[in-house]
Design a protein around this ligand. Structure first.
Ligand code: ADP
Ligand code: MG
Length: 270
């Protein structure tokens, strides 16, 4: 009999921007839940020591084993990933150890592909990684393994500089550890009908072109209310403007990934 091929690792989308407070965690959680609605089996990995994504799924306090233990080979993903209230969505939580041992996830090539390797054979289609707002080693680990990066950007006056810096980091990762790193989209978040924000958004669209998703996530109190209740807005208020825009952003991201190539050829079509 022919030797069976090793299991393919899932497509991994890292949600990253060097700036804090731009809706990375909100985007990661809503994206993860929306992807399950498209029929995918999804794993949300919380790599931010603040554990906001973990808390968003009602897990508190932080467990003792999670993403850090899996990446460093101290625990098996099957034992550590948590079920969520959503069918087809599992959570690999942040832990206290992630905060204390970030240096162990060396940003060098040593950890390259490790997360990817740990996730192969889990039967998950898509991994969504919530990154910290910095170039912590956890971020490097995620970017070294990721298929593509989704960059939430809040179009405030300094957003353009922040995005350019984040873009340089993506380029650096491509030149060193992960030359295949793709772009899952630049997503304008918390947008308001103010002229300054609209102008910044226009500049970003002009400069980054097709990589900017058409849909924008409007600033809505429902989003914060949902977070407070431990629910994604796509669940609390599915027909509201923010919930609908996150579903549309998910659809656009999948289309953008499909236009790029072979690494997600094995992803079942939405
Ligand atoms: P990050 O992970 O980038 O630090 P968060 O996702 O934690 O950002 O979002 C920062 C804050 O903004 C949170 O309080 C969140 O509830 C709020 N927020 C995110 N998106 C929206 C939105 N579309 N409308 C209103 N508030 C939002
Ligand atoms: Mg966050």
């Amino acid at each position: 009999a022919a030797a069976s091929a090793p299991p393919l690792p899932p497509v991994m989308v890292a949600v990253f921007n060097q700036k804090g407070g731009v809706a990375k965690t909100t985007t990661a959680c809503n994206l993860a839940v929306s992807l399950t609605a498209f029929g995918y089996r999804v794993l949300l990995v919380d790599l931010d020591t603040q554990g906001n994504a973990t808390a968003s799924f009602g897990v508190a306090p932080l467990p003792t084993e999670g993403a850090f233990e899996v990446i460093t080979g101290r625990a098996d993903i099957a034992d550590v990933a948590l079920d969520t209230a959503y069918e087809g969505l599992w959570l690999l939580p942040a832990t206290q150890s992630l905060r204390d041992n970030d240096h162990l996830l060396t940003p060098s090539g040593r950890r390259r592909g490790l997360l990817e390797a740990r996730l192969a054979g889990t039967g998950v289609d898509i991994v969504v990684v919530d990154c910290p707002p910095s170039l912590a080693a956890a971020t490097s680990t995620a970017l070294a393994s990721a298929t593509a990066v989704l960059m939430p950007v809040h179009p405030d006056p300094f957003a353009h500089d922040g995005l350019v810096n984040t873009w340089y980091e993506i380029c650096r990762v491509r030149e060193t550890v992960n030359y295949q790193l793709g772009v899952a989209g630049i997503l304008l978040t918390m947008t308001e009908p103010d002229p300054t924000g609209a102008d910044v958004a226009r500049v970003i669209r002009a400069e980054f072109g097709d990589q900017v998703l058409d849909v924008e996530i409007p600033a809505k109190v429902k989003v914060a209310e949902a977070a407070h209740l431990g629910l994604p807005v796509t669940v609390l208020d599915p027909d509201g403007p923010a919930g609908l825009s996150y579903v549309e952003a998910t659809r656009e991201m999948l289309a953008l990934l499909a236009r790029q190539n072979r690494h997600w050829a094995h992803l079942p079509q939405a």
